[in-house]
Design a protein around this ligand. Structure first.
Ligand SMILES: [Zn+2]
Length: 107
């Protein structure tokens, strides 16, 4: 079966949408969510994910300290995108740019 033949409603079809730059339909989004949910239940996957999240957070914190101005610009761009998905009241409450000094400590 080629990627072209995939029917919607599977994780593979979801990936095909992403690869094509398409917005996945509801069936494919549900399939991907279920795939991720099952995957996270695997203790080894979960342990590895926590370790990767820790490494990512620490690396971002170090990068922010190395390039604070660029970090602030990128953060504000990303915040504008993510805040627009929240309800307007929540977005206003949380609209504070964290400084690179806050958060995870680096050693
Ligand atoms: Zn689909």
């Amino acid at each position: 079966m080629s990627a072209e033949d995939l029917e919607c409603g599977t994780y593979a079809a979801y990936q095909r949408h992403i690869k094509r730059g398409e917005r996945p339909d509801t069936k494919c989004r549900k399939a991907a969510a279920e795939y991720s949910r099952r995957r996270r239940q695997n203790p080894e996957v979960r342990r590895r994910q926590v370790a990767q999240d820790t490494a990512r957070t620490r690396a971002l914190s170090r990068l922010a300290k190395m390039h604070p101005a660029q970090y602030r610009v990128l953060y504000e761009e990303e915040w504008a995108i993510t805040a627009s998905r929240l309800d307007p009241d929540t977005a206003r409450e949380q609209d504070q740019t964290p400084t690179p000094e806050r958060g995870t400590t680096t050693t």
